[in-house]
Design a protein around this ligand. Sequence first.
Ligand SMILES: [Zn+2]
Length: 144
Amino acid sequence: MIRYALVCDQDHGFEAWFASSSDYDDQSARGLVECPFCASRQVRKQIMAPAVTGTKKSDGLKPDALKAMQTMMMQAAREVRSHVEENFEYVGDAFAREARDIHEGRSEQREIYGEATPNDIKKLKDDGVPCMPLPDVPDPSKAN
Ligand SMILES: [Zn+2]
């Protein structure tokens, strides 16, 4: 089903459902589409414009804007990652076990990061252990 906003030659606006756009074309061509207010058969589709928020005319996202956004997101990702790398304790492959131990109070409360398999992450989440993937950013300055 498809809903069309229609208007008659007396400027009555109304809506009607059709099985498809070709169904509308067919009914319209045969004069079967009729205005519910004045029974006029001079009915056409209203021209619709995409909804735009605000009053400012939007010309959409330009490629430049998209690129700037990507750069900003990369920048943010890099900052998150370097913050973690500077302030969190690296535990390597022991991440899943260590995160669980900290969560359950068996290990000293601290912030850690390390490697885990998708399966580890799933199990941690199932058990309510908060963890999230670090943004993966290429870091050519890191030579070690
Ligand atoms: Zn009408």
